[in-house]
Design a protein around this ligand. Structure first.
Ligand code: ASP
Length: 423
């Protein structure tokens, strides 16, 4: 146990080292200029290939892990009423934390006024992708073909299918028990693969971060500095005040221990800018370092990675204020309320759509009659903000998972504390 903890600490150290060297190398390459062999061999060669292989290996574990882990989790839930209660609590908390996140963002944007006096560039343009209707989203929860759902990585459909399968397993007596043992073994093997992948994470993270910063000049940031810093400030406020308060008050947990145990998924979310790719590591951490029982973690974490995006909601709140100010349009109190409602519900409605943050922002802007082209104003710094807000998204999922588990008596406080001992 002691060595496990020691290994885990030194791995985190290596991941952070990979991230910081990646950042330094990326900034240096960008400063030298991306052309010739630097472009062909280093950025589009080594960094691109290394980063893509790492991302693909993380993603390849997502579908099998979610399915297997959730089948085990549902089969362990002894009654259906409990499933409904856990579902309602989880969704309720996801909605409340997102509403708090947008509200904080709107208040901050109103006080700081980052878009006041911003020079509008008339060439700005942005192609909007259509968001699906609410009816379609509900119908779409149910897969007509589970293999297709898995092939497409449709998380909500996989969750529904795995839940049904787990239920079938529990109701099947002896054959169900035999199969459940097999699923339990499969789960351990996949978790082992997650650990294996984590051992090469420092290199993967280095490639991803170096490539992003090599391509992403800081030039685009200068006119948007106020917007950029404001989004960062609200993200920090939400992560360091909202979640810790909820963890303390609703679950009696020490936030410092929580963050210490969450360092790997947070670092990975930052490097990959994808809650989905981080999912295997988040799930592993929530179960084995935060002590959340498998039946709660296997449901709350995949659901959260898909529908709970507080960091993204914060970007939307600040961006809405910024765009309104840049175009000189005043928002009424009703508009503010609409922004909170739309951004909160949009996070569920757009589940599973790629490039989700900007589609949600388009929906929010439309709702309050702001020009959707305004998105082009903030797109220049979006990639960098995406990294930080994904880290917040993942932290939010894990916080809610802990709170729900604590309320259901499914949180092992021993495991939660264990990781912090001796540090
Ligand atoms: N990259 C974010 C995530 O995967 C979503 C977004 O903000 O676009 O959590």
């Amino acid at each position: 146990m002691q060595t496990d903890r020691g290994e885990s600490r030194s791995l985190t150290f290596k991941i952070v080292l990979g991230m910081s060297t990646g950042l330094a190398v990326g900034v240096l390459l960008n400063w030298i200029g991306i052309s010739g062999w630097i472009e062909n061999v280093v950025v589009d060669g080594l960094l691109h290939v290394g980063g893509s292989i790492f991302m693909a290996s993380l993603k390849l574990l997502v579908v099998p892990l979610v399915f297997v882990s959730l089948v085990c989790g549902t089969a362990a839930l002894d009654d259906v009423a409990k499933l409904g209660r856990v579902g309602a609590k989880t969704l309720g908390l996801y909605l409340v934390t997102t509403a708090i996140a947008v509200s904080l963002a709107l208040i901050a944007a109103t006080i700081v006024q980052p878009g006041a006096g911003f020079e509008l560039d008339s060439d700005a343009s942005f192609e909007v992708q259509e968001a699906p209707s609410l009816a379609d989203v509900v119908i779409d929860l149910f897969p007509s073909n589970p293999i297709r759902a898995m092939a497409e990585g449709n998380m909500l459909q996989i969750i529904v299918f795995a839940g049904l399968f787990g239920l079938g397993l529990t109701l099947s007596g002896e054959p169900g028990k035999r199969l459940l043992k097999f699923f339990g073994d499969l789960n351990s093997v996949i978790m082992r693969l997650v650990m294996l992948l984590m051992s090469v994470a420092p290199y993967g993270v280095f490639c991803l971060v170096a490539k992003t910063f090599a391509l992403q000049g800081f030039g685009a940031m200068v006119p948007l500095l106020q917007y950029f810093l404001l989004v960062l400030g609200v993200l920090a406020l939400h992560a360091l005040v909202t979640y810790p308060s909820l963890l303390r008050v609703l679950a009696g947990l020490n936030p410092i221990v929580f963050f210490r145990n969450m360092r790997d998924p947070i670092a990975l979310a930052f490097s990959t800018a994808s809650s989905n790719a981080t999912l295997p590591v988040t799930l592993e951490t929530v179960e084995h370092k935060l002590g959340v029982g498998n039946s709660i973690a296997s449901f709350t974490i995949p659901l959260g990675a898909t529908v709970n995006m507080d960091g993204t909601a914060i970007m939307q709140g600040v961006a809405t204020g910024f765009i309104a100010q840049a175009y000189g349009i005043d928002l009424s109190p009703t508009d503010y309320l609409m922004v909170v409602l739309t951004a909160t519900l949009a996070s569920i409605g757009t589940a599973g759509v790629p490039g989700v943050g900007l589609i949600m922002l388009a929906m929010v802007l439309r709702q309050v009659n702001l020009p959707v082209e305004g998105i082009a104003l903030v797109i220049g710094v979006d990639r960098l903000l995406d990294m930080v807000r994904t880290a917040v998204n993942v932290t939010g999922d894990a916080s809610v998972s802990c709170i729900v588990a604590a309320s259901e008596g499914q949180l092992s406080r021993e495991i939660f504390r264990d990781e912090s001992e001796g540090t």
